[in-house]
Design a protein around this ligand. Structure first.
Ligand SMILES: C[S@@+](CC[C@H](N)C(=O)[O-])C[C@H]1O[C@@H](n2cnc3c(N)ncnc32)[C@H](O)[C@@H]1O
Length: 283
């Protein structure tokens, strides 16, 4: 049995892919009650701890160790929040900005799981920290793995990156059209504009979507004057969530944020597959 511990679990994008890969999610942790409730609705068998991560590493590692079933292999995943990185902008404090990333890497050292992953924005300061710590990582384009949006993330951990199976991603048009009437729209937007008064930068619906965030992509009409937000089913599909994935009980704005924050399940599935075969000594 491969037991997965999902820290900073959000709406359960990573857990979703891990479960699709055949792993058992045994513990999910987040400080956001709605995210944890959403996770519990899909993984009722897992433990759910609502708490602020970032405290005593040894104490937390001992608590995690105690919930891993005897004989199970442990995979630990963490998505320390990207928001902390905003303090890295000019004049920001790198140590504070990377506090939870550093905490998570310290936890990996303390717990020594059989395998582990961490997902981060590919900010130069994050990549520099990973190099300093000797943590193996790759910056992945999720559309290389079948995800129909241009998400790019640094993935660190004990993953055989060369074993990840690439596959073509479908076009935004084919993914969005079952959920939205797109007849009046020609393109998608990502929030960038072309210049003063020139409107949003269009991206063809025939390509994979712009990156899914809490406020984009939006449909852009033929005259390029009007945009329309996508509904949750289309956003979920662009992030590779399965059709039966429910956001019941979540406020729409919260669901948008969580979907935009998620590790796309199609990538999580590949990461678990490529991490699962490692011998204990490689962790
Ligand atoms: C990038 S999102 C995680 C996305 C998730 N991996 C997924 O695939 O859906 C980061 C999450 O960290 C949570 N978070 C932020 N600071 C936290 C803290 N100190 N302790 C616990 N959770 C925290 C947020 O509530 C948010 O749900």
């Amino acid at each position: 049995m491969l037991a997965v511990v999902d820290l900073f679990c959000g709406i359960r994008g990573f857990s979703e892919g891990a479960a699709q890969a055949g792993a058992s999610v045994v513990l999910a942790v987040d400080s956001w009650a709605s995210a944890l409730d959403a996770h519990a609705s899909r993984h009722p068998e897992a433990l759910h701890w609502r708490e602020e991560l970032g405290g005593d590493v040894a104490e937390f590692a001992a608590r995690v160790r105690a919930v891993v079933p005897p004989g199970a292999r442990l995979h630990m995943h963490g998505s320390p929040p990207c928001q902390q990185l905003s303090s890295l902008k000019q004049g920001g404090d790198r140590v504070e900005g990377l506090r939870l990333v550093t905490w998570y890497l310290n936890l990996v050292d303390a717990l020594a799981p059989d395998s582990w992953t961490m997902e981060q924005v590919p900010h130069p300061a994050v990549l520099a920290l990973l190099r300093e710590r000797g943590a193996p990582f790759r910056v992945l384009r999720f559309d290389d793995y079948g995800v129909p949006n241009r998400r790019r993330r640094a993935i660190a951990g004990t993953v055989d990156f060369d074993a990840l199976r690439r596959k073509p991603a479908p076009s935004a048009r084919s993914v969005v059209s079952p959920h939205e009437d797109i007849s009046a729209f020609s393109a998608l937007t990502d929030g960038n504009t072309r210049g003063r008064g020139e409107g949003p930068v269009p991206r063809s619906l025939g390509l994979v979507s712009t990156t899914v965030t809490r406020s984009h992509p939006r449909l852009l009409d033929q005259s390029r004057r009007r945009t329309k937000m996508l509904g949750l089913p289309a956003l979920l599909a662009l992030q590779s969530f399965p059709p039966d994935f429910s956001t019941a009980g979540l406020r729409v704005e919260d669901a948008r944020t969580m979907i935009g924050n998620a590790v796309s399940p199609a990538v999580a599935l590949e990461l678990i597959r490529a991490a699962a075969g490692r011998p204990r000594s490689a962790a």
